[in-house]
Ligand binder design. Structure first.
Ligand code: UD1
Length: 419
């Protein structure tokens, strides 16, 4: 078990190269199995979730090599169709392999992902999508035995909610199906576009990615290619916030400012000056941030749920009262009790948090409740007076590539300690 020890109160300043996107690399690596052959994926962040994805690929029979931030997946001779339960449990988004495996093998055995730290994560929309395309799903003792009795055939899929994972599974299943598939109310996240860009480079025929209606004309064969993963918009937001909560001055290199369209206006509302030049985003913060009237999480292009917890820390030290509404996951305020231990004034009721900004947070011994909640606590530690211990770094390592050294390069005093 390791923890971050943070001596707070230093101005976070300097320039940082943004890591590749966690939510892109996972489905793209899964897609390499569907495509077959040898794919070369650049800009892969070093995350425990990336490692878990690699382990699944290896369990399926792929030869995976890593050179720096490039992962090469050779699935030429692979033929697995079952994901061991232990690997399914390691990373709940392993369900994304369902479409990739079924598309290639016409059968798949996975387990239903269990409960989760941020609320229930049902997979009914994933199953609805694959069933529409001709997959038969038999559930037995928590294992899902999936088969294709006749063939995968394109159909109209209408989602009741634009689930990111279900949209990705629908795309992966449809891409080699016979005929045309239309996904209505598809998720519009940039990571969906990135997945479709990779697949289209491999010869798929997908149009409309990034819009609510995606059309896929099935192709019998795909050919592996080289692809570079987009920048991580949540890591981008987190490092900008590190500047915002410490009166700092942070520049992101090779960010994608368009993907930050819902985030930058809120940083400006908090009194930060945000300057965009090509792929560089520079934030200069006031000594103390101002309150943000309302932070409401929505599917993309709305404000992302993954940035909600880090923004709670900003609201916690802002001048005035901010209101946060979490619309995507039902228990995503688990960082709040930990922030209260540091002196924050926050009341939650269901999906709403009312945050009365305090002048100062105080260092404390806190426990990371989940990935983004952990990032919120690291941010709190950076601006708190005194020393903060953030336990359970394993959650933070799921989504941030070397967060402690990145923050150290920005003038933070943060160390990882085995405890
Ligand atoms: C993805 C992201 C995650 C982000 C989330 C929402 C990845 C690897 N993870 O997760 O970081 O927080 O999008 O932006 O890309 N739902 C159902 N039934 C389903 C599927 C989802 O009810 O079959 C519900 C979920 O419980 C949740 C909401 O839909 O309340 C959003 O989930 P979804 O968009 O599917 O998120 P993920 O793909 O799991």
């Amino acid at each position: 078990m390791s923890a971050f020890i943070i001596n707070g109160g230093r101005r976070i300043s300097g320039s940082v190269k943004v890591q590749g996107s966690k939510n892109s690399v996972l489905p793209i690596l899964a897609a390499t199995y569907l495509v077959g052959g040898k794919s070369v994926i650049h800009n892969c962040p070093k995350l425990s979730d990336t490692n878990s994805t690699v382990k699944i690929l290896q369990a399926l029979g792929c030869v995976v090599t890593r050179k720096g931030n490039t992962i090469i997946v050779d699935s030429t001779d692979a033929g697995g169709y079952e994901i061991p339960e232990s690997l399914m449990r390691e990373m709940r988004s392993s369900v994304i392999f369902l479409g990739a495996i079924i598309g290639r093998m016409k059968k798949a055995v996975i387990s239903a992902p269990g409960g989760c730290e941020i609320g229930l994560r049902p997979i009914d929309l994933h199953l609805y999508a694959v069933k529409r395309l001709g997959v038969k799903v038999d559930e037995e003792f928590g294992r899902l035995n999936c088969s294709v009795p006749v063939r995968l055939k394109g159909k109209k899929i209408t989602f009741s909610f634009p689930s990111v994972g279900a949209t990705e599974n629908a795309i992966l299943t449809a891409v080699t199906a016979t005929g045309s598939t239309t996904i209505v109310n598809a998720a519009r996240e940039p990571e969906i576009i990135d997945l479709c860009d990779y697949l289209n480079k491999c010869g798929a025929d997908i149009s409309g990615a990034g819009e609510s209606i995606i059309t896929i004309n099935g192709k019998e064969t795909l050919i592996a290619c080289e692809h570079s993963v987009i920048a991580d918009r949540i890591a981008s937001a987190t490092y900008l916030l590190a500047g915002a909560v410490t009166g700092g001055d942070v520049s992101l290199e090779n960010a994608d400012p368009i993907h930050l369209n819902a985030i930058i206006p809120l940083l400006e509302e908090a009194g930060c000056n945000v300057n965009i030049r090509c792929k560089t985003v520079r934030l200069k913060a006031p000594q103390r941030p101002l309150r943000i009237d309302k932070i409401v999480t929505q599917p993309y292009p709305g404000f992302p749920t993954d940035a909600q917890a880090p923004f709670t820390t900003l609201a916690a030290v802002a001048k005035g009262t901010s209101v946060i509404v979490e619309n995507i996951f039902e228990s995503r305020f688990k960082h709040v009790p930990e922030l209260l231990r540091m002196g924050a004034k926050i009341k939650t009721e269901g999906r709403v948090a009312v945050v009365d900004g305090v002048e100062r947070l105080y260092g404390a011994d806190v426990v990371s409740p989940d990935l983004r909640g952990g990032a919120a606590l690291v941010l709190a530690g950076l601006c708190a007076m005194g020393q903060t211990t953030v336990r359970n770094t394993l959650y933070i390592d799921r989504g941030y590539d070397d967060i402690e050294n990145t923050l150290c390069s920005l003038n933070a005093d943060i160390k990882r300690k085995v405890i």
